[in-house]
Design a binder for this molecule. Structure first.
Ligand SMILES: Cc1ncc(COP(=O)(O)O)c(C=O)c1O
Length: 341
């Protein structure tokens, strides 16, 4: 298979149309078999549930080339489960988890020419999503749905090294108690747009959201969970029922405990104690870990001892071990690496 003529190392994070996508429709109570198609256009009613009442949820994962030349994905079964949880919360029919894994596998295989080569730092981003497709004018769930998976090649997350970022404590809330913060609903992201545009306008890279009920506990950012490292090298991550359960964060906590022999703790983390941590990172599929050097809380600066030049010691070990597992340099736990071809 010949790769496409793409300047992999200069790709950004944008949409590039690839050859094939998967489409399955839900009608009269069941999903059809689905097809791989070249048609990248969606034609739905002007009154579709997704357009009127935002009935949509999605996932995001990456396919990449390992050192020995295989195309693999990282834990796609967990994305399948999370999409099922999101769909159930939004009164959408669940797309069967085994069929989800097969669909992402088939789409990646069909677009193998777009999977960046080993060493380029670039990856093929995979976007499964579903939405209510039939006309709905009263506020209620749609009766018909479409599930789609497309791919797009994306560039290396860290161009020229992983520089620590500066974030601010946000005055906006991301998720209400008992709301939809724990699922990947499109509506969570629509309402975060103003907060991120405002953060960027004020010179910050990201927002740290606090729990909406008491505004005393750390939740997450708009697209990543937090991990902190204590001065005695314990890895701590916020426990909350209103954050998205990041697959990267769950994997890093496993790596910390079982590969690096570190003590780990998932517990409520108060904003007041953040100043006492030695390191801070944001974890998600895109960056694996993005180091945080500084948090600004209404003019008060919290500067981590790891500084503004490089990742902290433990953050770096976590990053190197997880990316080593993903790239096939370090043996993966059973079931973590899904080989496409
Ligand atoms: C709100 C939010 N939190 C956390 C994450 C990180 O999750 P994952 O590690 O599964 O990519 C994401 C990205 O999907 C996200 O959108």
């Amino acid at each position: 298979m010949e790769k496409k003529d793409i300047d992999w190392s200069n790709l950004g994070f944008g949409y590039v149309k690839t050859d094939k996508r998967f489409v399955s429709n839900y009608k009269d109570g069941s999903w059809d078999e689905g097809v791989l198609t070249e048609d990248d256009k969606v034609v739905i009613s002007e009154c579709a549930g997704v357009l009127q009442y935002a009935q949509t949820c999605f996932e995001g994962l990456k396919a990449y080339t390992t050192e020995d030349g295989h195309i693999v994905m990282f834990r796609p079964d967990l994305n399948a489960k999370r999409l099922a949880d999101s769909a159930a919360r939004l009164e959408m029919p669940v797309f069967p988890e085994d069929k989800f894994v097969q669909a992402v596998h088939d789409v990646v295989k069909a677009n193998a020419a777009y999977v960046p080569p080993y060493g380029s730092g670039a990856t093929l981003y995979v976007r499964p999503y579903m939405f209510g497709s039939n006309a709905v004018i009263g506020v209620k769930p749609a009766d018909e749905y479409q599930f789609r998976v497309f791919t797009t090649p994306v560039g290396p997350y860290f161009k020229g090294g992983a520089k620590p970022i500066t974030i601010r404590v946000s005055d906006f809330d991301r998720a209400a108690p008992h709301g939809t913060g724990h699922v990947k609903a499109g509506l969570n992201y629509a309402m975060s747009l103003h907060a991120i545009v405002d953060a960027h306008a004020q010179g910050y890279d990201e927002n740290m959201y606090l729990d909406a009920a008491t505004r005393t506990k750390v939740e997450e950012t708009g697209g990543a969970n937090f991990i902190f490292v204590t001065k005695d090298k314990k890895v701590v991550t916020p426990k909350s029922s209103t954050i998205l359960p990041s697959i990267t964060r769950r994997s890093l906590m496993y790596v910390a405990e079982h590969y690096l022999g570190l003590e780990v703790e998932e517990r409520e983390v108060y904003l007041d104690e953040v100043k006492d941590f030695a390191e801070c990172g944001l974890c998600g599929t895109a960056a694996v870990i993005s180091p945080v050097g500084k948090i600004v809380d209404h003019g008060k600066e919290i500067c981590f001892p790891s500084g503004m030049e490089e990742m902290g010691e433990i953050t770096k070990k976590l990053y190197d071990t997880l990316t080593g597992i993903q790239m096939g340099h370090i043996e993966a736990p059973e079931g973590w690496i899904h080989t496409v071809c």
